[in-house]
Design a binder for this molecule. Structure first.
Ligand code: MEV
Length: 431
């Protein structure tokens, strides 16, 4: 169990020492930790997951530090190819700690299974017939997954909608407990087809879950004291107010909201992928939820409280599981869940939405103050350093030097590659 997610100097260790520090903090066995050095999944395992497998494809996994969610210290495994994301999350979490960390909550893990009913004589009559037989539908749906029932899940409600063109749609709400639940709800919806056709006299076409999982929302709040926001020449109130202005842009404009929400998803997806969950499902649900009013807008909100603290909130669908699918099959996903000490799908959802909020903060803080080009230039500089023949630590040293000098060019990278002598520190403002 992680006693503290504050790990100053973590970045400064070499890779194997970082992994060892995580092993010590999280109680991973050496065998579990080995998943990160060996890809976790082997080709034989992969061959059972999808079709026509030819091998594996790797991405970096990093650990975001400093997170405190619902008074619990938590280290965050993040799988992502983009630089600055893990550092951004760690910085945001460090500042949020000053207001007590993230406070998160979530709905019961209820998914929606949809059934499309066509060719009914009268949609309103069909709807009422279905509602009159709700109990029978629920009782039958409860027979389709005895395992989930035993764990306390099962069908909860039947809703019937009539679409503008007269199609009738049943929503079966199903508590999936610690599973993401796609198989469970799809099975239930398929099994209900004959009963729904008998009740409505219509024809059931599609039976499939909805990724707009708006009965399975997770939400998180961060309180960041204005004083904690000061850095370089920027005072805390200035940074707070610029962040709120940045939010206003996303709230008002779908073009900006898309990018703002992409920043949230940088954090969300990285943890969703690390834990073997379906990131396409989460992406689809997030953007549909962002457009639920009919206008696409920001998923998060930023403002102040009476004390002048910066307050961030984020609420979004979060259909993730900790049993079933890749979460259990993939050794790295199992190790990632253990690093976080996750006990339930809801706890995972609450942590993920907190990471999304943290990531959003880090992005708009940078955009509203120094800009993100500094970070981007350092990526470009690293690429030039590699092109100049640098390897290992040299890449970072040459890149940092060029950024500091504001001379990010191939000829400078080549000159520095010849003369790497002095130590050049990285930007570690999050540590
Ligand atoms: C880049 O991956 C994410 C940002 O564009 C998010 C944002 O603009 O808020 C920096």
């Amino acid at each position: 169990m992680t006693t503290s997610s504050r790990m100053p100097g973590f970045y400064n260790k070499i890779l194997s020492e970082r992994l060892q520090a995580i092993v010590e903090q999280s109680g991973l066995s050496q065998e579990e930790a080995a998943a990160f050095s060996t890809n976790g999944l082997n080709p034989e395992g992969a061959d059972h997951m999808i079709e026509n497998v030819v091998g594996l494809y790797s991405l970096p996994i990093g650990i975001a530090t400093n997170f405190r969610v619902n008074n619990k210290e938590v280290l965050i495994p993040m799988v992502i190819e983009e630089p600055s994301v893990v550092a951004g999350a760690s910085l945001a979490a460090r500042l949020a700690r000053e207001g007590g960390g993230f406070t998160a909550s979530s709905d019961e893990p209820v998914m929606i299974a949809q059934m499309q009913i066509l060719d009914v004589a009268n949609p309103h009559q069909a709807r009422l017939a279905l509602l009159a037989q709700k109990q029978r539908l629920l009782e039958f749906a409860a027979t389709t997954d005895p395992v989930i029932m035993k764990l306390g899940g099962g069908p909860r409600e039947v809703e019937v909608r009539i679409l503008e063109d007269g199609q009738v749609v049943v929503h079966l709400l199903y508590d999936c407990r610690d599973a993401m639940g796609a198989n469970t709800v799809n099975t239930a919806a398929e099994a209900l087809k004959p009963m729904v056709e008998e009740i409505t006299g219509g024809r059931v076409n599609l039976r499939i879950l909805s990724n707009l999982a708006d009965h399975r929302l997770a939400r998180s709040t961060a309180v960041i004291p204005a004083g904690a926001l000061a850095f370089d020449d920027f005072n805390g109130e200035f940074v707070r107010d610029r962040i709120i202005e940045a939010y206003a842009f996303a709230a008002a404009d779908p073009y900006r909201a898309t990018t703002h929400n992409k920043g949230i998803m940088n954090g969300v997806d990285a943890v969703v992928i690390a834990t073997g969950n379906d990131w396409r499902a989460i992406e689809a649900g997030a953007h549909a939820y962002a457009a639920r009013s009919g206008k696409y807008t920001s998923l998060s909100q930023w403002g102040t409280d009476r004390a002048g603290n910066l307050i961030g909130t984020l609420e979004m669908p979060m259909a993730v599981g900790i049993v079933g699918g890749a979460t259990k099959v993939h050794p790295s996903a199992r190790a990632a869940l253990k690093i976080m000490g996750i006990q339930s799908a809801r706890e995972l959802a609450e942590i993920i939405v907190s990471v999304g909020l943290a990531q959003n903060f880090a992005a708009i803080r940078a955009l509203a103050t120094e800009g993100i080009q500094r970070g981007h230039m350092s990526l470009h500089a690293r690429q030039l350093a590699m092109a100049a023949g640098a390897s290992g630590d040299e890449i970072e040293r040459i890149a940092s030097q060029m950024v500091t000098e504001k001379q990010v060019r191939l000829d400078r990278a080549q000159a520095l590659a010849e003369e790497i002598k002095s130590y050049i520190p990285k930007d570690r403002s999050y540590d």
